[in-house]
Design a protein around this ligand. Structure first.
Ligand code: NAD
Ligand code: TYD
Length: 353
């Protein structure tokens, strides 16, 4: 019989975290999942409605920076493993409020690591601290080349710098205290439950509402997009089979210039909304570029494929259609997350741009 584990997943009410929680709860009923999430603007328990009553799932509302709470969770639930996703995750917000990113991403990660160190007390049998990170720690590529696990860190936004710092802390706990850790650095995700401050869901929401589609600069920046459930399956694979002390890059082999991606999205949306072909494209509006805008991200995920046999399952066109279908079928979700503080965020971010 598969051995049981009690796994603390942080940030499990967010975009990627909710898919990871669902994946583990369903794929591994022998694991107990404890989801710790502060429910910031990005956290939403509606994302987890379908699994909230499962016997192997528990939700705890709280802040990863709260050492007393985190220590108590380790004790009460006898935590064997951590999968750490809680973070401030939006680059534009990191430009306007960098300290929030240092607090959550750096101090929060340090707090969790330290709680694991105290609770496990050097007895690391069957223990694992899995840190979920981003390819943005590697900086910005030119027109060619890829990010490898050996690429030197060169973060350029407060977001990526805070994630880089957290990755370094995780490796420091591995080397200094011999804590069993693993890190994955993933490319841009897309899919259901993505908060509409990021390019794809923001554009879907704006097309539905016939609002301008803000494209930063010339729209020539390139991102490598991965369907979020493929990211969840990669995390499951690495959790089960990854080597301790290693980093794994996760990517979609799927590079798109922002403007080309938006053209494709406009085409899909016109069809789904029964609008005349070309009508959504008319909403494209070029706006002032993001400060320090990284030109290109592209992941080489050969290590993950060769060592652990993981590959993405979906082609981009198929994933994007599924994503659009989800947003059209879940407009109530969209209405809920865009009520309240979203309007003032949008006004501050895009006014006079
Ligand atoms: P998200 O912003 O959608 O969700 C973050 C979650 O963390 C939310 O539920 C929020 O409530 C929670 N949270 C924030 N601060 C907290 C705190 N102090 N204590 C407890 N919970 C807190 O983010 P996401 O896009 O799902 O990203 C999840 C992780 O994956 C992050 O670590 C991010 O750096 C990483 N990542 C994201 C992408 C991407 O494309 N979105 C790509 C690679 C890696
Ligand atoms: P984003 O979804 O914020 O992810 P990240 O910055 O982490 O890659 O942005 C993806 C790309 O889209 C990035 O090059 C910035 C660009 N972008 C726009 O052109 N307009 C927008 O309104 C947003 C949010 C992003």
């Amino acid at each position: 019989m598969a051995s049981t584990k009690r796994i603390l997943i942080t940030g499990g009410a967010g975009f990627i975290g909710s898919h990871v929680v669902r994946y583990f709860v369903n794929a591994a009923p022998h694991y107990q999942i404890i989801n710790l999430d502060a429910l910031t603007y990005a956290g939403n328990l509606e994302n987890l409605k379908d699994i909230q009553d499962k016997p192997n799932y528990t939700f705890v509302k709280g802040d990863i920076c709260d050492a007393a709470l985190v220590n108590a969770i380790f004790q009460e639930h006898a935590i064997d493993a951590v999968i750490h996703l809680a973070a401030e995750s939006h680059v534009d917000r990191s430009i306007s409020n960098p300290l929030a990113f240092v607090q959550t991403n750096v101090m929060g990660t340090a707090t969790l690591l330290n709680a694991a160190r105290s609770a496990w007390h050097g007895n690391y049998d069957g223990k694992l601290f899995y840190h979920v990170s981003t390819d943005e720690v590697y900086g910005s590529l030119g027109e060619t080349g890829f990010f490898y696990e050996t690429t030197a860190y060169d973060p350029r936004s407060p977001y990526s710098a805070s994630k880089a710092a957290s990755d370094h802390l995780v490796m420091a706990f591995y080397h200094t205290y011999h804590m069993p850790v693993v890190i994955s650095n993933c490319s841009n995700n897309y899919g259901p439950n993505h908060f509409p401050e990021k390019l794809i869901p923001l554009s879907i929401n704006n097309i539905i509402q016939n609002k301008p589609l803000p494209i930063y600069g010339k729209g020539e920046n390139v991102r490598d997009w991965l369907y979020v459930i493929d990211h969840a399956s990669a995390i499951f694979t690495i959790f089960e089979k990854g080597r301790i002390g290693e980093t794994y890059n996760i990517g979609g082999h799927n590079e798109w210039k922002n403007i080309d991606l938006i053209h494709l999205l406009c085409k899909i949306m016109d069809k789904k909304l029964n609008r005349e072909a070309g009508s959504s494209e008319k909403l494209i509006t070029y706006v002032t570029d993001r400060a320090g805008h990284d030109l290109r991200y592209a992941i080489d995920a050969t290590k993950l494929k060769d060592e652990l046999g993981w590959m993405p399952s979906l082609q981009f066109e198929e994933g994007l259609e599924k994503t659009v279908d989800w947003y059209l079928e879940n407009q109530e979700w969209l209405n809920h997350v865009t009520s309240g503080s979203y309007a003032s965020y949008y006004e501050t971010q895009y006014h006079n741009r």
